[in-house]
Every structure is written in C-alpha cells, then in structure tokens.
Design a protein. Structure first.
Length: 481
C-alpha cells in the first residue's frame, strides 16, 4: 500500500481508458510498479492455474469450431445493427429517434464487445480470416486499438486479476460505487480511449505499449490508429460541413453513448472478487442469463468456464458448464443477483480493500492435472525410441517423458504423427492440454498456434517456433528415429 498522499502509477487500463481513478490510498495496479515484482517473485506471474477435471476427448469435442454457427450469430447482429441505424435515420426528426439511437448505440458500442472478444480469441469461426473480418471493425466500434488489445488480452488470460500483471483490472480497490455508476455513461472513458488512439496515431507510444506489445508490432499499432483516427476525423468534418450531428451520431458517437452495455455485462465478470489467486473460481464469476442477454454477450456470462478452457468457442460454453458445474462455485442465478453481490462487495471494499465475499461455496477438489506417460529409455538398440502403441486418434494428444524431458505426441487430422515440445514457447503453457486443428496445435492458454509439420508459429501471441520431430509407425508402434 502506498503512503497516504502519494499518487501511485496508473495501470495500463487507466492510461488508455480512464475507468479507474487514482485515489490517495490506492493499491498499485501498474504494470511496472512494486506489485509487478511481487507477482513474479511469488509465482503469480504466469502461474499454474487450477482446472476442472474433464475428459480430454470431451474437451476436444467441445472445442470444435464452426463457421456456420458463428455466421448466423454475426449476420443477425449486423442485420440488427443496420436495421436500427436505418430506423434511427428515418425517425431522426422526431423524439422516437432517441430510443432508436439507443438501440443502435447499444449494438454498435456495446454488443460489438463480445464479437471483438470471441474473434480476438480466434474461436468464433473456424476460419481465421472470418475471425479477423469481424475483429477489426469491432475494435473500431469500441475504440480499441487492435494490436494493443490483442496483446493486453493475452496477458489478461495469463495473469487474470493479478495486480501488477493484468492491465484489464477495471474495477480496482478501494472500490467506489459513485465512480462505477458514472463509468456507465462512458463520458470520461470513451473520449479518453479515442484520445489515446489519436496520440498513438501521432506516434506517441506509452510505457504500457512497450511493455505489452513486441517491438516489431509497434509500427502496425500506429498504422491501425491512424486508420481509426482518419475515419473519426471524416465523421467530424462531415458533421461540420452539414451543420448537423448525424454523422458523428452514427460513427464514433456510439462508442460513447452505446458503451453502457459493455459495462453492464463486463461488471459481472470479475468485479468484487478476489485478486492474486490462481483459481478462476475465486476471481471470476458465471452468471445465468436470459437468451437475449446471452446473444448480445455471446455466452460470455459463462466466464469461469471461458477462462478455464479458452479453446472452447462461445456456442459450446453452456455444454461445458453442464459438464463441469459441480466442480465450480454455484453460478449467480441471474443478473440482478450478481449486481447485488457486486455492489455489496463494493460497499465493504470502499472502506476495507482487503474485504472478500465471505463464502462463494467453491468445492474443495483436487482438479485435474495431465498425467505424464513415462518412456523407459531414450533409444533402443536400433537407435529408435519406442513411444508406445499407435492408438492415437486424429486430433488426439498424449504427453510423454523421454529421458526426463517432457514432450507431447500429436496426430494431425491428416493422420501424421508428430512429437513436439510440450511447453508453449510463449507462455510456457502445457500443450498436452491443447487442441489439434488440422495440422496445427493450439495453445490452451492464449489460443496461439504452431504448424505441427514445421513448428513455425501460425497465430499470435506465439512468435518463437516449437520443436517438432516426425514419428514413424511400425507394427502398431510409434517410433522416434
């Protein structure tokens, strides 16, 4: 805790979004302060997280992606967005334009959040190009710089609600109910987000940018910011030229007046829950919501499940919840119940930042840790290592240890067998708990991918190649040459 009267450094989220103000007595949430070194020294940074026990085969089934299902949801969102925009324009001369713009703004500056999130994870569509097709426009609608947020969200999943590491801790302690309610207007946060984009467009990078984003991505960060700023500038010029507010009410404005929906759903994710704990059941909340909310939010109300198994696409999260719910804290039965819990926590945490919700009824279970299948020796008399029976199904993974070194056996969907390094080169996640997609293996922590044929990274955040070795099949056995 900082001494009274001394201002602490702002976190990455504060620097860009102005959602949490610095108080005289404030925990340090910055990415370069004392809490950062504490998190690293205590093992909270890039720590080992508790996971529910689930069959690897079932997890693979639930992790299957579909272009069709995502296309239906995205198309419906676009139709509603365009339709509400046409309605708002048609009614622009009457008071009925207010609710029409309210709906348009909520779909533009609010519902875009879940589309940004799922396409950013690369799990909404099976096709990477389709994910990007929606990711970048959704970023623009939310005034979120695409590369900054991609890397920031990778960190969020690595160090969820860990002080000094997670730049996305929005509701910081000591809590403030008045400031939280004002945040729903986005009158402060929205302009600050847009101003941050403009500063990036001018080449003014922050320490947080350099902390989270690799150096060779910084040029693209500036390019994207210039594109976003140019579109906003065009809307402002059009408004000035026509002497009306209509252009900015349709472009840019909804980022502010529609963002209340982002806060409405986002508050339920982590607010009021524990910080600095390597178990999502204590730091993250699942809330049962009605079908309309679930469509707008793309099932992110199943937030514990999403953090625990981010390879599972949003449309399979209800089934994942049914599979592991007995191992989790009871979900909040509805949104009203969740808000009561959150604001009660805020009331206490505004006075005592160390106060925690007394009993969330988290079951005391050991969870599941992948078991390592031991290989007897490095190589036999013929110079080959016997890796066991060739009973892997396409898409299946099997952890093995050879001479004290951990690897993972994988079979691509094309039927080829590969022995790969077990730990992801980015976040040291266990790839034995990952997912095979065609000829790629996807990291279970950040959804980064490697080509199993070459080891080369194919999807960020991974940047360094993975060690891979071909495996041969002989008489029903797998052998490493």
């Amino acid at each position: 805790m900082q001494a009274v009267g001394r201002l602490t450094p702002r976190s990455g989220f504060e620097l860009r979004y102005g959602m949490a103000s610095v108080r005289e007595v404030q925990r340090d949430y910055s990415l370069t302060g004392v809490e950062t070194s504490v998190a690293i020294a205590s093992g909270l940074a890039n720590g080992q997280w508790w996971q529910a026990d689930i069959s690897p085969a079932r997890l693979k089934e639930l992790s299957a992606r579909s272009n069709g299902r995502a296309a239906i949801d995205m198309t419906l969102w676009v139709v509603l967005l365009v339709g509400s925009g046409i309605l708002a324009w048609t009614l622009r001369s009457s008071w009925w334009a207010l609710p029409a713009f309210g709906i348009y703004g909520a779909l533009y500056g609010g519902a875009a959040d879940a589309r940004w999130h799922e396409c950013g994870h690369g799990t909404a569509f099976k096709s990477g190009r389709l994910n990007d097709l929606f990711y970048y426009p959704a970023c623009f609608m939310l005034a979120r710089q695409p590369l900054f947020w991609r890397w920031s969200h990778f960190r969020h999943h690595t160090d969820t609600i860990v002080r000094g590491r997670d730049a996305e801790i929005v509701f910081q302690r000591p809590a403030s109910i008045p400031k939280t309610l004002f945040a729903f207007t986005h009158l402060s946060g929205g302009p600050q987000m847009m101003a941050g984009t403009v500063r990036t467009a001018l080449g003014q990078l922050t320490d947080v940018d350099r902390e989270l984003i690799p150096p060779d991505d910084l040029r693209r960060l500036v390019t994207h910011a210039r594109i976003f700023a140019s579109i906003w500038l065009a809307a402002v010029v059009a408004s000035v030229a026509t002497a009306t507010l209509w252009p900015v009410l349709f472009i840019g404005g909804p980022t502010i007046y529609g963002a209340w929906l982002v806060l409405f759903f986002g508050l339920t994710q982590h607010a009021g829950l524990q910080e600095n704990v390597l178990d999502h059941r204590y730091s993250t909340r699942t809330v049962l919501m009605n079908p309309v909310f679930r469509f707008l939010y793309l099932n992110m109300n199943y937030h514990v499940e999403h953090h625990m198994f981010p390879t599972v696409p949003y449309y399979n999260l209800p089934r994942l919840h049914a599979e592991i719910r007995d191992q989790l804290a009871p979900p909040n039965p509805n949104t009203v119940h969740a808000y009561r819990e959150i604001f009660n926590a805020f009331k206490h945490q505004s006075v005592d930042p160390d106060w925690e919700i007394p009993d969330r009824q988290v079951p005391e279970l050991p969870g599941r840790r992948a078991q390592i299948a031991q290989v007897t020796e490095w190589a036999g008399a013929d110079g080959r290592t016997d890796l066991g029976p060739s009973d892997l199904e396409p898409g299946e993974l099997r952890p093995v240890r050879i001479d004290g070194v951990d690897f993972v056996l994988a079979r691509t969907d094309e039927g080829d067998h590969v022995l790969a390094d077990r730990m992801c080169t980015h976040g040291e996640a266990d790839l034995a708990s990952g997912l095979v997609l065609g000829c790629e293996i996807e990291c279970p922590k950040h959804n980064g991918r490697f080509d199993l044929r070459t080891g080369e990274p194919t999807r960020k955040p991974v940047r360094e190649p993975l060690g891979v070795r071909p495996v041969s099949v002989s008489n029903g056995r797998l052998y490493l040459g």
